[in-house]
Design a protein around this ligand. Structure first.
Ligand code: GDP
Length: 139
């Protein structure tokens, strides 16, 4: 525990052709890709993935957005992966994200903020398992 996180490149960033640039930044940042897959979530998939947010007012909008086009799902490895990667991608709102972060450079709105990052080690394991089997993770 403590060395893996889950990320996904969100639909607007994939549609804009920014997946490769974002993946290059992630690798340059010292993160190792354990597994990666491009996939389009169904509405039900997105609702299940974001179930922790189901009471929030933007849940319907968020799950429409996340199922509206393909995403790139990635399992990552690095020491202290969860907190380091959250800092690396920047604040939720791209307008508040630090210079040089992925959300600052590729996010277009509070909702369409280019990339996801797990918020705890426990959720990282759950989210990795949502997309990948143990056999998919190549260390
Ligand atoms: P994160 O951990 O930085 O991704 O932020 P949260 O867990 O708070 O929110 C999950 C995702 O929901 C964010 O990455 C955004 O895509 C979206 N989101 C967060 N806040 C809002 C909001 O107020 N309105 C809308 N429409 N989407 C939001």
């Amino acid at each position: 525990m403590g060395n893996r996180t889950y990320t996904m490149i969100k639909p607007e960033a994939v549609a804009a052709g920014n997946s490769g640039k974002i993946i290059a930044r992630i690798e340059d940042g010292g993160y190792k890709i354990l597994a990666m897959r491009k996939v389009q979530l169904s509405k039900a998939d997105a609702e299940a993935f974001y179930a922790v947010h189901k009471e929030r007012p933007f849940y319907g909008e968020l799950t429409d957005y996340m199922s509206g086009g393909p995403i790139v799902a990635i399992a990552l490895e690095k020491d202290n992966a969860v907190p380091d990667f959250r800092q690396f991608i920047g604040a939720t709102n791209p307008q508040e994200a630090e210079e040089g972060t992925i959300r600052k450079d590729f996010g277009t709105s509070l909702q369409e903020n280019a990339i996801h990052a797990s918020d705890s080690d426990e959720n990282a394991e759950i989210e990795i398992k949502f997309f990948f089997s143990v056999r998919d993770l190549v260390g």
